[in-house]
Design a protein around this ligand. Structure first.
Ligand code: ADP
Ligand code: MG
Length: 615
């Protein structure tokens, strides 16, 4: 390797190096271009592609445009109209601010930028850069108010990068994903996407809730819209709104997860963890939740300048954000009740944390006739061994409702003539093969999986009892010493109060050593050390840990499973009705402990369809 004197890199080369971080593939160009159009206040953005974007990407907007004097600078690196000082950076409200996207793209493609900033007339200008110094030439070109960015032959001059491009189909797929994210982020903007002369998307702008839902349905599929819950919550500097998929609408891949922070789509460990934790108890193992969520925060609370493509952010109050997201989703999912789907409910109640607006509006029953519950469910392994006493025990003791008052679930609602008296899950008609309850409600027929439903009810009730009596702990006969990093030990000392609340009594006995003295009873006999390590690493990363609760829940869930009515147990009609009423009062009763649906609604229309009966 030869060493030469230090010298300045030519502008183009410097920009090409910078492009390595920002321009990974055609989709990166489309992302930067759409962001620029949005920053320019465009209300319509049209995109045209050829050959997966490699041959051509043309992004046209009706934004404020760039004046003739500024056009040269737009293509220069470190030139931006969006920030001026470090203070601006700390509260940045635009999607771009680094001033390097266009310069980077121009250095690895044949780029032209045509724009017109005048209110009237079509007297636009076009800018292109040439040579190793990327000298910009500007000439007149007709263009209505707004801007068109045209990028041809991406990576034509960087063969090494070009090799990394995949097939047309793959690159188009990446662009499509970028397009969808931006289209979700801004339903107030009209978008279109064409590829090789064919229109792939054409989205009108939407300015009301119905329009926004239409946009989400178009982008994410109608099934998601139908099987999701709308939520909106505001607390202090944080506000979260959007749609979360019902647990039974889970996916085998994490491919329907959109999280926006101040309009910017992000990937963030803290956010993912908070959401996963909220779904923990209702999702079938290995399944992924679906969601489209928008978090709005004071720009000063979030640092977007931690990654060149701004896909990652850093929250200054990470724990607050985590707990806000978790509690909002946890509640939205816990509040799902049979019947919520019939009419959108608006449970606007004040939050315990004081004056927090809340609403959740489930749209439909967990599943319709035509939609499978999002997975292949395993048949229950231990079916057939009925715990004959379980039901009678459950149904002769008082149970909880959400208000915490004791009400007897033996109170069966009388069968009324008036439709409004029919409870959401209706009245039991019969039992099928000792497995399903058939019930009639105003919509039609309800089918309930007895065992699954009973299991959830028992489980929620065991959890409730655990929560009411607090975590029971026990000192270890032989305290266990574990070695950790000094950072983890320091954190354990600092958060000892929170750990005690989780049932863990830990003592630091050295810079890198802890002694476990007391643990929750439920954990004794398990891998305590590994759990303590995981809890501490959670606490460090997110300020909270649900591992102990998760572990206990697992035990309770197993207990509930064994203590629940098994198949082939004959129930009387009053017993069946009692079960239905209990489901209506129980949190998360739409799924059993393993995430399977507990009931399905077959509406009269669904039944008509089965018999090819037109009404
Ligand atoms: P940044 O977006 O970080 O400022 P870019 O390189 O993406 O940097 O763009 C440079 C500048 O060019 C922007 O600051 C903006 O002033 C101008 N610009 C780029 N695209 C557009 C557009 N579509 N409409 C109006 N101005 C634009
Ligand atoms: Mg930009």
């Amino acid at each position: 390797m030869t060493q030469s004197r230090i010298h300045r890199l030519a502008t183009r080369l410097a920009n090409q190096i910078a492009a390595g971080e920002v321009v990974e593939r055609p989709a990166s160009v489309v992302k930067e271009a759409i962001e620029n159009s949005l920053d320019a206040g465009a209300s319509r953005i049209d995109i045209e592609l050829e050959s997966g974007g490699v041959q051509l990407m043309r992004v046209r907007d009706n934004g404020q445009g760039i004046s003739a004097e500024d056009l040269t600078l737009a293509l220069a690196r470190h030139a931006t109209s969006k920030i001026d000082s470090i203070d601006d950076l700390e509260a940045v409200g635009t999607l771009g601010f680094r001033g390097e996207a266009l310069a980077s793209i121009a250095s690895v493609s044949r780029l032209s930028l045509t724009s017109n900033a005048a209110e009237q007339g079509a007297a636009g200008m076009v800018a292109q850069s040439e040579g190793r110094d990327m000298t910009v030439s500007v000439s007149p070109a007709p263009h209505p108010r707004g801007t068109t960015l045209e990028v041809r032959d991406l990576f034509y001059n960087t063969p090494a990068r070009r090799k990394f491009l995949r097939t047309e189909k793959t690159e188009l797929g990446h662009i499509d994903e970028v397009f969808k994210r931006q289209a979700l982020a801004r339903s107030d903007v009209a978008f279109s996407l064409r590829h090789n002369g064919k229109t792939l998307h054409s989205l009108n702008c939407a300015n009301d809730q119905a329009g926004r839902e239409r946009r989400v349905a178009t982008v994410c599929g109608a099934a998601f819209m139908e099987q999701s819950v709308a939520l909106a919550r505001e607390a202090g500097r944080l506000s979260l709104h959007g749609w979360v998929g019902l647990p039974t609408f889970s996916r085998s891949q994490a491919d329907l997860q959109y999280f926006f922070v101040n309009g910017r789509v992000i990937r963030d460990k803290l956010v993912t963890h908070a959401i996963k934790q909220a779904y923990r108890d209702v999702l079938f193992h290995g399944r992924h939740p679906a969601y489209v969520l928008f978090l709005e925060v004071d720009p000063a609370v979030v640092d977007v300048n931690v990654h060149p493509t701004k896909h990652e952010v850093r929250f200054r109050e990470g724990r607050e954000v985590h707990s806000f997201i978790f509690s909002t989703l946890h509640r939205a999912l816990g509040d799902l009740r049979p019947g919520d789907g019939a009419a959108a409910i608006d449970a606007s109640v004040a939050d315990e944390q004081g004056g927090v607006g809340w609403s959740s509006a489930p749209r439909q029953a967990p599943m319709g006739l035509s939609t499978p519950p999002g997975g292949q469910w395993q048949p229950e392994a231990q079916a057939g061994t009925a715990d004959l006493d379980a039901l009678s025990r459950l149904y002769t003791s008082p149970t909880f409702n959400r208000g915490g008052q004791n009400t007897s679930i033996m109170e069966h609602l009388p069968r009324g003539d008036d439709e409004s008296e029919v409870p959401p899950l209706g009245f039991a008609l019969a039992q099928l093969h000792g497995v399903f309850i058939l019930s009639e409600n105003t919509e039609g027929l309800v089918l309930v999986d007895m065992h699954a439903a009973h299991e959830r009810i028992t489980y929620e009730r065991l959890k409730r009892m655990r929560d009411d009596s607090g975590i029971r702990t026990q000192p270890l006969l032989v305290p266990q010493t574990i070695t950790l990093s000094s950072r983890e030990v320091a954190a354990a000392v600092e958060m000892s109060e929170a750990l005690v609340a989780l049932g863990l009594v830990l003592d630091a006995t050295g810079d890198e050593q802890l002694v476990i003295r007391e643990v929750p009873i439920a954990l004794i006999g398990g891998g305590i050390e590994a759990l303590v390590r995981d809890v501490l690493s959670d606490m460090l990363a997110f300020g909270t840990s649900d591992r102990i609760a998760a572990h206990e829940d697992e035990l309770l869930s197993t207990m509930a499973c064994h203590g629940s009515v098994r198949a082939n147990r004959r129930l009387t009609v009053p017993e069946m009705n009692a079960l239905l009423r209990d489901m209506e009062m129980t949190e998360r009763s739409g799924q059993c402990n393993h995430g399977r649906p507990t009931w399905v609604q077959l509406g009269m229309q669904d039944l008509d369809k089965l018999f090819l009966r037109g009404r």
